[in-house]
Design a protein around this ligand. Structure first.
Ligand code: GLN
Length: 191
């Protein structure tokens, strides 16, 4: 099993460490030729969705990744990665892959609550520590998108097919359970 981590901007190094600690093979996706070696799952990290969206286009990574995602390839988006997958962003005109049937709100917690930590139940995973940094939340899920976790009535994790998103950063904690959950999705897709 080999996981590609989008590494054009943002918090990709923390995802690498997480996968390293789980013994999962991983590599950085920085340019189109990085996609030539077969892989089984994709991580879209936190960062700035607008910058990542722009770089994805400039580096010709957008179309090949879009195709993979639309075909049902396992993908895990954290924070800005969630925004890259959202079908709609209620307070921004831009959308990117738009593959997940949900509406997200960008920088949803305002300035006062730019960063905070919480602990909440995550479906099929248990209680997980959560770090939010200028985070979005999910205002509404549509179609067959499943809600996995809520903090203060706001949806902070969801799944649709092989797509998993969290508004928070599990890679910034030492709890590996959300990444393990994603690796399970990858394994099931592979077999
Ligand atoms: N606020 C960022 C955005 O809009 C997301 C923040 C993050 O990924 N930590 O893309």
């Amino acid at each position: 099993m080999r996981i590609g981590i989008l590494a054009v901007q943002g918090a990709f190094a923390e995802h690498e460490q997480m996968l390293e600690s789980l013994g999962a093979e991983h590599f950085q996706i920085r340019q189109k030729k990085d996609l030539n070696v077969p892989f089984d799952g994709l991580i879209l990290p936190g960062g700035e969705s607008t910058v990542m969206g722009k770089l994805l286009r400039e580096l010709d990574l957008f179309e090949p990744l879009n195709l993979l995602i639309k075909k049902g390839f396992p993908v895990f988006g954290t924070c800005a990665g969630l925004l890259l997958l959202a079908q709609k962003i209620s307070n921004d005109d831009r959308t990117y892959f738009g593959s997940m049937a949900l509406t997200a709100k960008r920088n949803a917690y305002g300035r006062q609550l730019g960063s905070f930590e919480a602990n909440a139940e995550f479906k099929d995973v248990g209680n997980v520590p959560m770090i939010f940094i200028r985070a979005p939340y999910i205002e509404e899920v549509l179609d067959n998108t499943q809600i996995l976790s809520k903090v203060d009535r706001n949806i902070v994790a969801a799944k649709q097919g092989n797509q998993l998103v969290t508004a928070f950063h599990p890679e910034l904690t030492n709890n590996t359970s959300v990444h393990e959950h994603f690796l399970k999705i990858v394994m099931e897709h592979k077999s």
